[in-house]
Design a protein around this ligand. Structure first.
Ligand SMILES: Cc1ncc(COP(=O)(O)O)c(C=O)c1O
Length: 435
């Protein structure tokens, strides 16, 4: 990934601030905290406004995930326009980002959430308040009871799950869907491709025809076809996937009330072709007389979050190595899973600036390494670093491996400059997960 585009001269600050104040007045940023528009490896923000303008990394505990509510508002404005012009219904995928403090703002634009099981369904119902659409690759009988009580729409992954629970479902007020697999791969790497060979996600055309041959009334009660196949992709990829979907499953679409096109749409990226998406949604609605749903997660919060970390030590072993209080494996797992290289404010590629370091976390894992970065100034213990674009698939996936402290959660608004530390984590949180 490209180096940071910041004009700042080095690490962005120094000295930990472990003040217990729950609400802190944001200080104006110093010379080393100039805030470029984040453009992380997993995406970048849509609008020209400057997320994190005026944000001082020294004003939050370290480590901290900090969310700029104003950047989310910008993304919501884009999504609201797409919704209005295309007639699509856009749901918020809670698996990508679940910070209840911003749900009221989200709910002003997006009327519902998509959940992955009972916990997210409950979170959506209690904290967002809109429609809850739940999909899980498989439901246990207990999970299904909870999901039926909390959801408006429940999507099954296979004919066998639907047949197992169909009678019970008929007693509920929910509507039901089936996830299909159009067997058209666009997403890379394979770990993010639900259409990869032997995928367990979604029913293939062949599996559907086989099940229909055995149970001709199988689709009675199914009013939604659902697919999720993309990852951080444009509307061209969606168009090609929809063509595959229509080829394989087109004969059932006229009988459906809705078509859910899943997530993975990078709608709020500046280069995303939104006109193409709008035209596609309109065509599907008109051709099949159904509602079209989209359920992005990442697009809602692109460019809206940072992870603030502190340098704990600098050692030498063939190169300079800085050990941070933030961990790749515990706090930024996609850095290792995807893998990708997050941008750091004021950081460049190795050798690009005067001082190059390997940045690693405080856990025992030898591979707990974020990457190699260079800075204009040497790193010293106490320096603060700001990792860009850390809102999506971060704090929803973190662990307390090795008992490493979990980053605090903070909410900032670059319009009002208001900063609130929402939550600090401590030993009690570690203990209660284990006992
Ligand atoms: C079924 C489903 N819907 C929606 C999403 C959200 O995807 P994204 O955050 O990439 O938009 C995912 C992500 O894995 C998913 O599995």
């Amino acid at each position: 990934m490209s180096s940071g585009s910041s004009g700042s001269t080095g690490p962005v600050g120094s000295g930990a601030d472990n003040s217990d104040a729950h609400e802190l007045a944001a200080r104006t940023s110093g010379a080393r905290t100039s805030s470029p528009r984040p453009s992380g490896a997993r995406g970048s923000a849509a609008r020209g406004s400057a997320p994190f303008a005026g944000f001082d990394p020294d004003a939050v505990p370290s480590p901290s995930f900090v969310i700029d509510e104003r950047a989310i508002e910008d993304n919501l404005a884009v999504l609201g326009e797409v919704q209005e012009r295309s007639g699509a219904v856009i749901l918020m995928a809670l698996k990508a980002f679940a910070l209840p403090a911003v749900f009221p703002r989200v709910a002003e634009v997006l009327s519902g959430v998509c959940a992955s099981g009972p916990y997210e369904a409950r979170l959506g119902k209690e904290c967002h308040g809109g429609a809850v659409h739940t999909f899980s690759p498989a439901y246990s009988p207990d999970d299904l009871e909870e999901v039926l009580a909390l959801s408006d729409h429940v999507v099954f992954n296979s004919p066998s799950q639907w047949l197992r629970y169909r009678e019970r479902c008929r007693e509920s007020r929910c509507e039901f869907g089936l996830r299909v697999n159009p067997e058209h791969s666009e997403a890379e790497p394979a770990i993010y491709d639900p259409c990869a060979p032997y995928s367990r996600l979604g029913t293939t055309e062949r599996a559907l025809r086989t099940a229909l041959a055995e149970t001709p009334g199988l689709l009675e009660g199914i009013t939604t076809l659902h697919m999720h196949t993309l990852c951080e992709q444009g509307s061209e990829a969606l168009e090609r996937t929809v063509a595959a979907l229509e080829q394989r499953f087109g004969e059932w679409l006229p009988h459906m009330h809705r078509l859910n096109l899943g997530g993975g749409h990078h709608i709020t990226k500046p280069e995303y072709d939104r006109e193409r998406l709008i035209a596609l949604v309109k065509r599907l609605r008109e051709t099949y007389d159904l509602e079209v749903y989209l359920e992005p997660g990442e697009a809602i919060v692109l460019g809206s979050g940072v992870l603030v970390a502190t340098v704990l030590d600098v050692i030498e072993n063939g190169m300079q190595i800085a050990i941070l209080d933030a961990s790749a494996t515990a706090h930024m797992p996609d850095v290792l899973e995807m893998p990708y290289r997050p941008e750091i404010r004021g950081g460049g590629m190795p050798g690009e600036r005067a001082h190059t370091y390997r940045l690693g976390g405080p856990t025992c894992l030898a591979g707990d390494v974020v990457g190699d970065y260079s800075f204009n100034e040497p790193l010293t213990p106490g320096d603060r670093l700001v990792f860009e674009d850390m809102a999506h698939y971060t704090f929803v996936k973190t662990t307390m491996f090795n008992g490493v402290p979990h980053p605090a959660l903070a909410l900032y608004h670059s319009g009002t400059r208001r900063l609130r530390v929402l939550r600090r984590f401590g030993y009690h949180d570690f203990l209660t997960r284990l006992s």
